[in-house]
Design a protein around this ligand. Structure first.
Ligand code: ADP
Ligand code: ADP
Ligand code: ZN
Length: 214
């Protein structure tokens, strides 16, 4: 199954992707996680991407399309994949279709997770992220078993710089302007299913699984 999770920052894409990995045994591909890894390692790509990420802007299409092209060609994507945070522009969606066509494949489902702005702000300000594996938590809504420590790998949790108030508002604007047109784009392709993303994490997962089966 080749799946895209679409939605604004804080909608729950990463949280749901982690649950879908277990359900379907296919990898999550998060361009945000890959870019944060490159920033941490100070690779040339990371050094280029950092200024955009700190400003809450999108990293140039060419950079992220390159990441995705390389990643989708890896063997663990043969049985399918969950794209989380890509595509984010129409140019990225067009490029994705070409990359997949070259592999003789295509997207099966696009799940759009809908959450209102107030709730997004609350989720993002309370988000904590594992420094090692990238798993997300929430200080109130989804706390780790031991404060400040990842349940899965015991590494330290931190607050992303771009999850602070100013940058977060900028990212929500960028979503509206550059990414939300993809809702109509995938509706035209008859691939889109919209899910109300408010409720418990388990409830949302159930809704996604039902949409994928229906
Ligand atoms: P995204 O990947 O779309 O940016 P995340 O999955 O990181 O979003 O979720 C954003 C924040 O909201 C995290 O702190 C996460 O723990 C929390 N969260 C995710 N799903 C829910 C939910 N259904 N209800 C409340 N909080 C949630
Ligand atoms: P969130 O889930 O909260 O939106 P991500 O981890 O997906 O955050 O993305 C963090 C940042 O990484 C974005 O604000 C952007 O700068 C960069 N980024 C991630 N994915 C893309 C993409 N597909 N295109 C351009 N920039 C991206
Ligand atoms: Zn971890």
């Amino acid at each position: 199954m080749n799946l895209i999770l679409l939605g604004p920052p804080g909608a729950g894409k990463g949280t749901q992707a982690k649950l879908l990995i277990k359900q379907y045994q296919i990898p999550q591909i998060s361009t945000g996680d890959i870019l944060r890894g490159a920033v941490k390692e100070m690779t040339p790509m990371g050094l280029k991407a950092k200024a955009y990420m700190d400003a809450g802007a999108l990293v140039p299409d060419g950079v992220v399309i390159g990441i995705i092209q390389e990643r989708l060609n890896q063997a663990d994507c043969d049985k399918g994949f969950i794209l989380d945070g890509f595509p984010r522009t129409v140019a990225q969606a067009d490029a994705l279709a070409k990359v997949l066509a070259d592999l003789g494949r295509s997207i099966d489902h696009v799940i759009s997770i809908v959450v209102d702005k107030e709730e997004l702000l609350e989720r993002i300000t309370g988000r904590r992220t594992c420094r090692n594996c990238g798993k997300g938590y929430h200080v109130t809504f989804d706390p780790p078993k031991n404060a400040g420590v990842c349940d899965d790998c015991s590494a330290e949790l931190y607050q992303r710089d771009d999850d602070r108030e100013d940058t977060m508002r900028k990212r929500l604007e960028v979503y509206e302007q550059q990414t939300s047109p993809l809702i109509a784009y995938y509706q035209r392709e008859l691939l889109l299913r919209s899910i109300q993303g408010v409720g418990s994490i388990e409830e949302i997962q159930q809704k996604i699984v039902s949409a994928l089966q229906g």
